[in-house]
Design a protein around this ligand. Sequence first.
Ligand code: COS
Length: 378
Amino acid sequence: MDFSLTPKQREVVELARAIAQEEIKVASLIIDKNGIVPDSLMNILKQSGMTQLAIPKEYGGAGLDILTVAMVAEQLAMGCAGIATICAANALATFPVLQAGNEEQKNIWCNCLNEGGMAAFALTEPGAGSDAGAVSCQAKKVDDGYLISGNKSFITNGPIADKIALFANTRQEGGIRGLTLFMVDAKAKGVSIGKKEDKMGIRASSTSEIIFEDCFVPDSQRIGREGRGFKIAMQTLQTSRPVVGALSVGIAQAALDEAVAYSQQRKQFGAKVSSFQMVQEMIANMAMKIEAARGLVYRACVMQMNNDPQAAMFSAMSKCYASDIAMEVTTDAVQVMGGVGYTRDFFGEKYMRDAKIMQLYEGTNQIQRLVIANEVLH
Ligand code: COS
């Protein structure tokens, strides 16, 4: 399988690496503490195209394929997984619009992001997490449009979004056959931001409730047919899950690099701790797991690009495996670093906190295993 990039794609990945190392990583411990991303850093992300990763050439973007998007996400996560999540969430919200929107809708959406706008993917609700079909947010048909009412929760980019890819139910009785996608302006009347979450990790990324109270959305902002929303959401998550895998690989690689550097300067018993075989065993295992995960993530991306019939399973596998190893590797990195890794003055414990969400968002790893088992058993 070919993971090679064109010179242009390689340039974008290199740019992401430079931004991650020179602009993001240096600021990330402070951002992690106060949860505020400076405007200057947001501007760098916007001007460099990092918040528009999913936008095709014909809509004014760089036209990156999903493999390149994943490689960029991996690099950004090596700087800070919270910042990388801000960019990845814009892509997640854009995928369903590109998948099911008409020309006008795609143009409106992409122009907004190209001009520095931010986006949120609003599927989850207090009562609809893993059970995505249980969405109760209602879209009631009225003349020329819909009145939307309901609460969305744990929405990444919620507080900073300009555009919302919103899944609501056009059937009063609920159920997946009523799920419908809308493109909603975050400043529209009847849209407000509710509770902002105080999270364990990825603290650079803001997460909140979004509340809809009789928000009028015109017919022209319904994306796809009524009742198509569940399939659009599933296809979107299938596309995006390898990107979560890539974020996980980035966190794990950063943790390994940190642990290696520390082990090569820390001395105990008169020798560098990297010279001890028990530490070497941990380092070797960490490196092996990261390479296995990276290979699986890249493979899942190429399978999507080739419309391989097993793409959904590999997407789930890549997200599940990479996030599980990110948790293991970051935990071991703290172990190698000892007490220092446990303090907030160093990156070790941050990587561990950031890794945890990768096992949870865009479908818990239990859900990924259901998708995999379903495919293997049928
Ligand atoms: N692409 C396109 N369509 C898909 C699909 C995919 N990857 N996966 C499923 N579908 C379609 C199926 O083809 C089926 O359509 P038909 O009814 O026309 O046959 C429909 O969706 C229902 O599929 P299925 O019966 O497999 O769905 P389930 O209700 O069993 O639910 C899970 C499947 C549990 C896998 C799904 O609810 C899920 O992914 N949940 C996690 C949601 C999530 O990730 N939440 C995180 C919040 S978003 S950040």
